[in-house]
Ligand binder design. Structure first.
Ligand SMILES: *[C@@H]1O[C@H](CO)[C@@H](O)[C@H](O)[C@H]1NC(C)=O
Ligand SMILES: *[C@@H]1O[C@H](CO)[C@@H](O)[C@H](O)[C@H]1NC(C)=O
Length: 332
């Protein structure tokens, strides 16, 4: 699974072929589009909705097609949607109108009869909703991440103490400032300083993992306390928050996110819950890799982490990728 030469070769091919592919595509795209529109009578957006399987294939295609549109009206519309996401207006109450206005405008620009193409309206609306819900969620994640841990905030303190109780159900913490925090993998006697770069998002991820998948979290914690090849549970956990956040931020995780969204009953778009679950998946898989590598010291962390990241990126490059937590009982 982690066969290195193959990974290097595939990375190399990727870097060599991608620019060539992008260049050729850019040259031939307008021509191919013109031919297809002539022969099928459908515009690119319609072809994507009707011909691509639901999920990442279709939604990524639509996103790309809208982004490349030369229509000034469409570009204005995209700016409007970006702003709506930034101002968090895509709510249960607000998004219905925004989405139907968007579909209406696109149909007008592309000269599509809304009455004739009702399935198209619905499919396009759902995809638009997922794309901009993700953008909105990224703004939410950013504000949680930039909220630092604050000892005078009761909510933060409570979450931190609950994290202890969930991970150490048999042991009471003698005081808030205590050397015992090291038992769950913090660095010093006050975890506050360990959240630095990831802010309260690091704590929320750890808390979610321990609360919703307690059994697995305890198992991972016991691995991290291995006498020979242990690691710092909380510190590594916070580092994995960084990884999860980076993968969502740079768009790599879109395949997974778009695929899970269309496997739900209704498709309003991803929420914080999906981010937490993605994080739990990373933690569990990282622990598996660490335990299989049996590194002699924690100094190997950098190497194993980058090996892990490459592996995850490779999986996410597949448009059908959808991470599922591999545990017997799903509690959430
Ligand atoms: C996580 O670990 C990597 C590799 O050691 C490092 O480059 C990165 O800055 C760390 N991130 C955080 C938030 O600690
Ligand atoms: C889930 O994990 C178990 C043990 O770790 C493994 O035997 C099994 O093949 C895994 N299943 C999937 C679908 O990855």
């Amino acid at each position: 699974m982690y066969f290195k030469p193959l990974l290097y070769i595939s990375n190399l091919l990727h870097w060599l072929l991608c620019p060539a592919y992008v260049f050729i595509r850019r040259l031939t795209r307008p021509f191919i589009k013109w031919i297809l529109t002539r022969t099928t009578g459908l515009c690119e957006l319609q072809r994507l909705c009707y011909c691509e399987p639901s999920g990442a294939c279709r939604i990524l295609g639509l996103e790309e097609s809208l982004k490349n549109s030369k229509s000034v009206k469409v570009q204005k519309l995209l700016k409007f949607l970006d702003l709506a996401a930034k101002e968090k207006r895509l709510t249960a109450a607000g998004s219905g109108q925004i989405i139907s206005k968007t579909v209406e405008t696109i149909c007008y620009v592309k000269k599509i009869h809304q009455g004739v193409h009702q399935p198209f309206n619905k499919l396009l609306g759902e995809s638009v909703s997922v794309i901009w819900s993700l953008k909105q969620l990224l703004h939410d994640l950013e504000s949680i991440r930039t909220t630092g841990y604050d000892s005078s905030n009761m909510e933060h303190e409570q979450k931190l103490l609950e994290l202890w109780t969930l991970l150490m159900p048999m042991t009471e913490l003698e005081s808030r400032i205590s050397n015992s925090w090291k038992d769950i993998g913090f660095q010093g006697d006050d975890p506050r300083t360990d959240f630095r770069g990831m802010g309260i998002l690091g704590l929320e991820n750890l808390h979610f993992f321990a609360k919703n998948y307690q059994e697995v979290a305890l198992q991972v914690l016991s691995h991290s306390n291995h006498p020979k090849h242990g690691y710092s549970f909380a510190i590594v956990g916070i580092n994995l928050t960084h990884l999860a956040y980076t993968l969502w931020r740079d768009g790599t995780a879109k395949t997974h996110v778009y695929n899970i969204c269309c496997h739900q009953l209704q498709m309003p778009g991803p929420t914080l819950l999906h981010f937490h679950r993605f994080y739990c998946y990373l933690f569990i898989e990282f622990d598996k890799l660490w335990m299989s590598e049996k590194p002699p010291t924690i100094m190997e962390f950098g190497r194993i982490r980058s090996q892990f990241e490459n592996h995850i990126r490779l999986l996410l490059a597949n448009p059908n990728c959808m991470f599922k937590l591999n545990i017997s009982v799903e509690h959430v």
